[in-house]
Write a protein that binds this ligand. Structure first.
Ligand SMILES: [Zn+2]
Length: 331
């Protein structure tokens, strides 16, 4: 074969590989769940337990939303603005606002929107806004800019002296930062498996969804059972140095970057702990009824230790976000 013809074939092969990758990613991600840690509120309550400065904000009056001019980003057609602590005029606290609204971006705020022609690759508009997938040099999702968007709005609310919306916008920014620390929000499966899965992508698709869901259900169930490994890591993780971690967008990009290699470690531990049903094309969820805190030296204990790494990062990055807010808004 002549050099020219060879070059043409290589070019064609490269194109084919890229195309195949996109199709596989699309199929994978279409099935991916978009909740992250289970739940943001329960974890946030533990994370902010050591934030003594929040005690200065124990009496905050709920105010109505009056940010039409600066908060113009599209919201889902079925999103309803809720006031959990009571209607405007009710007195609440910063800790309650952060805990109550940590999950708000999952309440249809980002669903059923047309944001990008590529959003199908992340399972739709909510996936697009809550994730930051990376495969090679490709990136899918806008979680970093969403975190930044709400952080900046918190600053604007603070300038107006509106503490209620300062903390509510901060809770929303926190959600996206926390999402990106969940390793399966950075990549749906180990990259090696994505390539290998070219021949049987329905199994790969099912397994990726099962790993993602079971990790979250298990982590939530263990926080609910006060698993000391998870509770302690959420409580004691320290914030980063804000001369390096300079913005919410940085926290998201860095959290996803550090989380991606962990998927390679979590995946086999999940297969060992949950069993082979996990790696099937059919959706499968572990039985929570007999679940208890791990005995030392077991597969479950090994899994707990691996989860505690990104879970600690969820805490650390949340505390860094709060530190940035204090430094930049003078809270
Ligand atoms: Zn989310």
């Amino acid at each position: 074969m002549g050099t020219l013809a060879k070059g043409g074939v290589m070019k064609k092969n490269r194109k084919l590989l890229c195309g195949t990758l996109i199709v596989i990613l699309a199929a994978l991600l279409l099935a991916s769940p978009v909740d992250a840690w289970n739940s943001h509120g329960a974890c946030t309550k533990l994370i902010i337990g050591d934030q003594e400065w929040l005690k200065a904000y124990e009496n905050i009056t709920v105010t109505p939303w009056t940010y039409e001019d600066v908060d113009a980003a599209l919201v889902g057609p079925n999103f309803v603005l809720q006031y959990i602590e009571g209607k405007p005029g009710t007195v609440t606290s910063a800790a309650a606002i952060l805990t109550n609204y940590a999950d708000e971006p999952d309440w249809k705020m980002d669903q059923d929107l047309n944001l990008s022609p590529l959003q199908a690759l992340t399972g739709g508009s909510q996936g697009w806004r809550h994730q930051y997938y990376g495969l090679g040099w490709l990136r899918f999702g806008v979680a970093p800019s969403r975190a930044q968007y709400f952080f900046d709005l918190a600053g604007k609310a603070n300038e107006k002296g509106d503490l209620y919306w300062t903390f509510r916008y901060l809770a929303r920014a926190m959600h996206y930062v926390q999402d990106t620390t969940q390793p399966y929000h950075g990549v749906p499966a180990p990259a090696g498996l994505i390539f290998k899965g070219i021949g049987s992508f329905s199994t790969l698709m099912g397994s990726a969804t099962n790993h993602h869901y079971n990790l979250e259900e298990y982590q939530g169930a263990m926080v609910a059972r006060s698993n000391p490994v998870f509770v302690d890591t959420l409580r004691v993780s320290a914030p980063l140095d804000t001369t390096t971690a300079t913005s919410p967008s940085w926290l998201c990009r860095h959290g996803a970057y550090l989380g991606r290699p962990l998927v390679r470690k979590l995946w086999p531990l999940e297969t060992t702990f949950f069993g082979d049903s996990l790696n099937s094309k059919d959706s499968w969820l572990f039985d929570e009824s007999g679940l208890h805190v791990a005995d030392p030296g077991t597969d479950q204990a090994a899994y707990d230790l691996e989860i505690s790494v990104p879970l600690g990062r969820m805490s650390s990055y949340t505390k860094t976000l709060l530190l940035l807010a204090r430094q930049q808004f003078g809270l």
